[in-house]
Write a protein that binds this ligand. Structure first.
Ligand code: NAX
Ligand code: K
Length: 498
């Protein structure tokens, strides 16, 4: 059993691949083996998480997720824990594995309770074994009532396989898969589990959209099944593998970044991106501000070379384009697309592309299918992604991996779909989901910082997908390590990045 942290990469498998693995393993093993392993793993983790629990409530659903709960109940009962088990199944309809688990639970002395326990303390534990990957609709009736109890109570919740009701592929909830609410997961029909034990495979939905909030601390048990035969839907990213810089290098070795943006009133966005590129290791950083009244030098960052956009030779450079660019950036995009060696396209530049088919054609024309030649990285947040795809932000959030792939197919670029569990997708690559970062990044300017960080890595010659993955990871990691008592501002984040 593994506790999942951002320190290592992990393959993530969707429901279809998980079902295929389950079927193959079931056929190769004695009956009920997988569920028995799942139940034992659940019981062990429950005991480790709540060693002093006086009451363990196991809420079991009608399918095999409920079966895992019943198997766990049998073990806990034998270990002297006397779990309170409520089961929503029907013996006439329950799947065979689940029925076998029910029989084993009864044999161990478990008596099914008619209702959940009324008074649970912080030391107690709820085990959510209502629904797993078979969740098909919004929970109603007693199931919905029990899920609401998880939220209301003080006892921590251990979700078996997934927080019940969550879609394992997308990290959304069936009640309202489209709820934008980052604040209220309950509005989205979900709840916060403190722990989730993902079984057989790790699922992408645990790490993006509402999944990160809903799943809490994620644990994983492979049930002894090797997943190598299936292609992952995504990779949960691990840390960058880059070593220290070689001694025999100079500023030319790390390339030039040109930040183009900062229309009147928005110079700060471009300067933040430039600062991030500088601290991210770019050899030289030029800034073309689109405000005619802009200052000729930034005295707080004299390393930045402020130039007029028309004077920049972008051919050998990485353009970071759009940060605070307003509508003024639009007329510069044809030059950027046709000349810049590499490009990061952010914010207002994305909005310009969304409404201009000629720009879309130029954008598609610059990227080789391998994503490396004249590499281009698009960095939309969900609303920008929605504009690019002619959809709503709600639709983007309902399937973030799918939306990122659609953008890749449409524009042939590397795509960084920002938000909780940022998705990085590229032509011909298995997508990545970033495990770092937190809500403290939800503040003005942090997106500009990310664009600059990606730009610095592109300028240093990293392949575009790798540059994007590394920058997103480090950006999130900086936020995760940010001191609790210090406000996280984009300016400080830009200066702190590596
Ligand atoms: N079959 C096996 O050997 C194994 C199964 N495993 C567990 O089994 C789970 C998958 O089992 P299932 O395919 O039975 O699926 P689930 O147990 O997730 O749910 C399916 C059942 O719930 C019902 N249902 C779906 N949505 C509902 C709703 N909103 N309200 C009420 N009922 C609803 C369905 O009609 C069906 O009866 C996995 O997530 C995992 O926890 C694991 O133990 C691995 C081994
Ligand atoms: K569950």
């Amino acid at each position: 059993m593994l506790r999942i942290t951002p320190d290592h990469p992990h393959p993530l498998f969707d429901i279809a691949a998980t079902r295929r693995l389950e079927q193959a393993a079931t056929a190769a093993l004695p009956p009920h083996t997988l569920m028995q392993r799942a139940g034992l793993a659940t019981a062990r983790l429950a005991l480790a998480l709540a060693p002093h629990a006086r009451t363990v409530w196991i809420a079991c659903g009608p399918g095999n997720n409920g079966g895992d709960g019943l198997e766990a109940a049998a073990h806990l009962q034998r270990w002297g824990k006397q779990p309170v088990v409520t089961w929503l199944g029907d013996e006439a309809k329950a799947p065979a594995d689940s029925l076998a688990a029910l029989a084993r639970a009864r044999q161990a002395g478990v008596v099914l309770a008619a209702a959940p326990p009324t008074a649970l303390t912080r030391q107690d534990l709820c085990i959510d074994a209502l629904l797993g990957i078979g969740s098909a609709r919004a929970p109603e009736g007693r199931m919905a009532e029990w899920i609401a109890r998880f939220s209301r109570g003080v006892a921590p919740v251990l979700a078996v396989d997934l927080p019940s009701g969550m879609n394992a592929d997308t990290g959304t909830f069936a009640t309202n898969p489209i709820a934008e609410s980052a604040i209220s997961i309950r509005a989205a029909g979900g709840f916060h589990a403190q722990y989730t034990l993902s079984l057989l495979t790790l699922k992408p939905g645990l790490f993006t959209a509402h999944g990160r909030d809903a799943a809490g601390q994620v644990w994983f048990h492979d049930l002894g099944v090797d997943s190598a035969a299936q292609t992952p839907a995504a990779i949960l990213q691990g840390p960058p593998l880059d070593g220290p810089r070689a001694h025999a290098t100079h500023k030319g070795s790390y390339g030039d970044v040109a930040v183009i943006g900062g229309a009147p009133g928005m110079a700060g966005a471009a300067l933040l991106a430039a600062c991030a590129a500088l601290h991210g290791g770019a050899g030289r950083v030029f800034v073309a501000l689109l405000d005619p009244q802009a200052m000729p030098v930034d005295t707080s960052q004299p390393e930045l070379m402020l130039r007029c956009a028309s004077s920049l030779d972008l051919a050998p450079m990485t353009a970071v384009c759009g940060c605070g660019g307003g509508d003024a950036v639009r007329h510069l995009l044809p030059k950027v697309f046709s000349t810049a060696a590499h490009a990061v396209i952010d914010a207002d530049a994305l909005n310009s592309i969304a409404t201009d088919t000629q720009l879309q054609t130029l954008l598609r024309a610059r990227t080789g299918r391998d994503g490396s030649a004249r590499a281009t990285v698009l960095t939309p947040h969900p609303l920008e992604a929605a504009r690019l795809l002619g959809a709503s932000a709600v639709q983007i959030q309902a399937d973030r991996l799918g939306a990122a792939q659609q953008l890749v197919e449409r524009f042939g670029c590397v795509v960084v779909l920002k938000g909780s569990g940022t998705v990085i997708a590229a032509p011909g690559q298995v997508a990545a989901i970033n495990p770092t970062g937190n809500a403290r990044l939800a503040t003005a300017g942090t997106g500009d910082v990310l664009a600059g960080m990606i730009g610095a890595r592109l300028a240093a010659g990293r392949p575009a997908f790798q540059a994007a993955c590394e920058a997103v990871y480090q950006h999130g990691l900086a936020a995760d390590r940010w001191p609790e008592d210090r406000a996280l501002t984009a300016g400080e984040l830009a200066a702190a990045n590596r």
